[in-house]
Design a protein around this ligand. Structure first.
Ligand code: NAD
Length: 453
């Protein structure tokens, strides 16, 4: 590992990654590499947790292609030196922001969208002119191996390399000095990463999780609300960081809401055979989720097929914040529904919890939209839909508080792997005497005025 990092450092220090033409060429190479290996990538993810080709394209590869295209199209603009106003104290001068790549970066991926969450940050790093060591999650072992193969045949290891492994390998990697660490995963491990990075004052981006609420108010369009919520919740069997973790529904429409949910779940005919739901990633998570199903509160679903690592899309009602299912991020196909009588109180309760990665509100009321969107601190969210905000590369994607530090996607991804170097170029045709000795009251009077401009 040390040798690999040294190689990357030498390559970075050579300045090879600096020309924008190099970055564009490599981004095109990444796109080509994914295209060439699409078959392998589909096979690997199906073997790991039976994710279908449709879902893999729609939620991973399609987004990666889009992000690469945006970066290829815009990187010259992003990397350009940008003029900013100068202040009067520096007159006469020009001021610039000069983005520079941070250097040798480490990207640690999560398992639930293994391609998107591993290669997505790599796009930002490449656009910014960094070198990358990628450590995909070890849980979907086939996808990790597929990415290692794809990257090793497509890039020189001094530029982009994959290191496979679990906790021991990641711990070893974290003992090295990087110029940037980008981590996607749980809040618990995020704290370990942050501590390791602190030793070298390495800047981090932490893309973490949390319990993302969805508010459903009495005036919502119930049919569309349920359709979008059910899709967002059971996508990838609920193993989505921005999945609506739980629903807060106005008690006045709770009954209709639950009935409509059952109808929608039945209509969708979720099954591994139909390819519209994935397996639970491993037995440990299956057992963890099984424990969260309180049989007395199941409105629909609840069956667990351990042999196939499959859990039926499950709807639970009569839930309150004290229930076990409300104590941790669910990360599975279980949807607890909490009825509220007073929206202010429901919002107040959510505000006492850790800041979520996402928040959703389904309503027609402009007042309620504002109340929820302004009243709660969260990473990113939607009004009248769920999950889809991740597809807009104009929006920074990231959490706040316990759900993360920093963001990426589109230009934000470039910025995440860059340092904005601020530079002033001074002219020589004038030298004001103000800052020089003797420090007279008159000079002070002038300086006080100058600070205003
Ligand atoms: P995880 O934290 O268990 O693992 C993430 C990565 O950290 C893996 O590559 C793993 O090998 C490594 N890791 C695990 N334990 C480690 C340790 N002790 N020391 C060093 N490295 C270690 O997370 P996960 O199970 O892969 O993903 C699920 C979590 O990630 C959920 O909380 C989910 O919300 C979150 N998530 C967030 C986003 C986001 O974009 N914000 C996306 C997907 C998942």
């Amino acid at each position: 590992m040390q040798e690999l990092i040294q190689k990357q450092r030498r390559f970075f220090d050579s300045g090879a990654t600096l020309p924008v033409s190099f970055r564009i060429k490599q981004l095109k190479q990444l796109k080509k590499a994914i295209r060439t290996h699409e078959g392998l990538l589909y096979e690997a993810i199906a073997a790991d947790f039976r994710k279908s080709k449709f879902e893999t394209y729609a939620t991973e590869l399609g987004l990666l292609y889009h992000e690469i295209d945006v970066a290829i199209d815009k990187v010259s603009q992003w990397a350009r030196r940008r003029r900013v106003p100068s202040n009067l104290l520096n007159f006469p001068a020009k001021s610039y922001l000069r983005p520079e790549p941070l250097g040798v970066s480490l990207v640690i991926g999560a398992w639930n969208y293994p391609y998107l969450l591993s290669l997505g940050p790599v796009i930002g790093a490449m656009a910014a002119g960094c070198t990358v060591i990628l450590k995909p999650s070890e849980l979907p072992s086939q996808t990790s191996a597929a990415m290692a193969t794809m990257i090793s045949v497509s890039f020189a290891e001094e530029y982009v390399a994959v290191v496979e492994g679990g906790v021991p390998e990641t711990t070893q990697l974290l003992e090295q000095r990087f110029d940037k660490i980008f981590f996607t995963g749980s809040t618990k491990v995020g704290k370990i990463i942050y501590q390791a990075a602190a030793k070298n004052l390495t800047p981090v981006t932490l893309e973490l999780g949390g319990k993302s609420p969805a508010f459903v108010t009495a005036d919502c369009n119930l049919k569309i609300t349920v359709k979008r919520l059910v899709w967002g919740k059971f996508l990838n069997a609920g193993q989505t960081c921005i999945s609506p973790d739980y629903v807060l529904v106005d008690r006045k429409i709770e009954k209709q809401f639950l009935e409509q949910c059952v109808k929608e779940i039945e209509k969708e005919q979720f099954s591994l055979e139909h390819g519209n739901i994935s397996q639970i990633i491993n037995d440990r998570n299956l057992q963890r989720l099984r424990q969260l199903i309180d049989p007395g509160k199941v409105v629909h679903g609840g069956k667990v097929d351990a042999a196939n690592r499959y859990i039926e899309p499950t709807l639970l009602a009569g839930i309150d914040f004290e229930d076990t299912i409300m104590q941790e991020e669910i990360f599975g196909p279980l949807l607890p529904v909490i009825a509220y009588d007073n929206l202010d109180e429901a919002i107040g309760k959510v505000k006492t919890l850790e800041k979520p990665l996402s928040c959703y509100v389904f309503t027609r009321s402009a007042r309620i939209k504002k109340q929820v969107m302004d009243g709660i601190s969260f990473g990113g969210g939607m009004i009248n839909d769920a999950v889809m905000h991740i597809t807009n590369s104009h929006l920074p994607f990231g959490g706040v508080g316990a759900s993360g530090i920093g963001a990426y996607h589109g230009k934000t991804g470039f910025d995440t792997f860059s340092h904005q170097k601020g530079v002033i170029e001074k002219k020589n045709w004038l030298e004001l005497p103000l800052k020089y000795f003797p420090h007279t009251p008159r000079k002070l009077w002038w300086i006080q005025r100058f600070f205003k401009f």
